[in-house]
Design a protein around this ligand. Structure first.
Ligand SMILES: NC(=O)c1ccc[n+]([C@@H]2O[C@H](COP(=O)([O-])OP(=O)(O)OC[C@H]3O[C@@H](n4cnc5c(N)ncnc54)[C@H](OP(=O)(O)O)[C@@H]3O)[C@@H](O)[C@H]2O)c1
Length: 439
């Protein structure tokens, strides 16, 4: 039986998880692949650092180059993180013609095309199943399982921290700040939570999914990103009364075709949205992730699982290891290329052009004529109101007014809300959330 040796750079949450999972299921994988698998070296920063799973000291080193350059290492996994040294580590391994596995979404979002080009130039491959939605094999599904499809819609709950916070806010009627503090105490949120709660981590993953699905690499700065800091318990409660749940979604929607041979125009965004309670995505709770994919041939599909953590992420890395091992076994080098640019390319649609339905909450003076003034501005902008709710039980100078809007371009609504905000009867900046019906 052929042997394929893995070298790990990083022995932390994911790296030690990979070491452990391979120890656990090595025999099973070897039987399935017909390849003998072994971790021969693990680079870490400090040998005496405590690890989620133990790694024998005789395979550890503090010199990552010793892993990459070791002729006994056939496949290198970069499980360090960051966008500077990790890039050098990956490029160095690719230059030696070694297949590389990474879980590093931030790095791919920033330098994906450069890394894929380096893999191509050196006749090897770069695998990244673990970079999106942890244990859910969504990269393989988009690239292989759905190769015969055009992707019209992808909706992802791809950040466990945000989903945990929103779930608890809904279940407990709690404020964002209180749940965040608790999540930090429990280790579900980082001390600096901005990468998660401001939507950037979701944007890295959504950009990778959009790029794979539509054949042009989406740059992070092209993605419209809104996080969950501004979500209040009052909006969660009103949404609930209207039959919706608020989730932070990564959204990839194919825009209308502009001519037969025109390049794809795709909405790529991250924002909190109201989704119907009856949809399965509304019931993806706590730290779980889910990705909903609609293909023109397959129809609607849904993937659910743990989006992070040592074991779930290790499962994705082992899937990549299996692909790399089979490529080496059969000398196929790059059976499934990491990313294939499609000839006609594509562009990211500006958010202003994206169509959506909306939930708007206004704080207005409780006096006659208020609604007429608001309705006039919306009418002038050609935005239709589908329902108006003035919840009972609110007394005082100003009261909440909830408006649900029909489909309209984002730019038109934003402009109308800016005018509405200036009305003397409007007492606080309007709150706007998009409604995704997932139809
Ligand atoms: N954690 C997750 O659930 C998860 C899920 C999906 C993707 N990812 C991605 O996986 C990657 C790793 O994340 P993680 O959570 O495993 O991070 P982590 O627990 O902080 O582990 C990082 C590892 O890299 C090692 N390291 C740091 N600098 C190094 C250097 N110069 N040379 C050699 N080793 C070095 C550290 O060594 P020491 O142990 O000695 O400090 C540690 O073992 C990141 O790109 C992350 O985005 C993580």
């Amino acid at each position: 039986m052929q042997s394929v040796n893995l070298g790990l750079i990083g022995g932390g949450t994911v790296g030690s998880g990979v070491y452990h999972a391979l120890q656990l299921n090595r025999g099973l994988m070897e039987a399935r692949l017909g390849v003998r698998l072994k971790v021969v070296k693990v680079a870490v920063k400090a040998l005496d650092e405590p690890r989620p799973y133990e790694i024998p000291t005789d395979v550890m080193t503090t010199d990552w180059k010793a892993v990459v350059n070791d002729p006994e290492v056939h496949v290198v996994a970069e499980l360090v993180g960051g966008v500077t040294l990790a890039r050098t580590m990956i490029l160095t391994a690719l230059e030696l013609g070694k297949p590389v596995i990474t879980a590093n979404k931030a790095l791919l979002a920033k330098h994906g095309p450069e890394l894929f080009e380096a893999a191509r130039r050196h006749g090897t491959n770069l695998y990244y199943e673990a970079s999106v939605a942890g244990g859910i094999p969504i990269i393989k599904a988009l690239r292989e399982g759905f190769v015969g499809n055009r992707f019209t819609h992808i909706y992802g709950i791809v950040n466990g921290t945000c989903n945990y916070i929103l779930t608890r806010m809904r279940q407990e009627g709690a404020d964002f700040g209180d749940v965040l503090a608790d999540a930090q105490r429990l280790g579900y949120a980082e001390a600096d939570p901005s990468l998660d709660v401001d939507g950037h981590d979701s944007a890295h993953k959504t950009g990778i999914l959009a790029s794979l699905a539509h054949g042009f690499w989406v740059k992070p700065e092209e993605i419209h990103v809104e996080g969950i800091r501004s979500i209040t318990k009052i909006d969660i409660q009103f949404a609930q009364q209207l039959g919706y749940t608020i989730k932070l979604l990564g959204i990839v929607k194919l825009g209308p075709a502009q001519g037969k041979k025109a390049a794809a125009r795709v909405q790529v965004s991250v924002y909190p949205a109201l989704i119907p309670n009856s949809h399965v995505l509304a019931n993806v709770n706590q730290v779980f992730n889910a990705v909903f994919v609609r293909g023109d041939v397959v129809g609607d599909t849904l993937f659910y699982g743990r989006g992070a953590g040592k074991d779930a992420t290790a499962s994705a890395v082992l899937s990549d290891l299996a692909d790399a091992a089979l490529d080496l076994k059969f000398g196929s080098k790059c059976r499934i290329p990491p990313f294939v640019p499609l000839n006609q390319g594509g562009t990211v649609m500006p958010i202003g052009e994206a169509m959506a339905r909306y939930y708007v909450r206004l704080n207005v003076a409780d006096r006659p004529g208020t609604m007429a003034k608001v309705a006039t501005i919306l009418g002038q902008a050609k935005i239709g109101i589908s329902s108006i709710i003035q919840p009972e039980g609110h007394e005082g100078e100003s009261v909440p007014l909830i408006l649900m809007m029909h489909d309209a371009p984002n730019a038109a609504l934003t402009k109308a809300l800016a005018k509405i905000a200036k009305l003397p009867v409007v007492k606080a900046p309007p709150v706007m959330l998009r409604v995704e019906t997932l139809e």
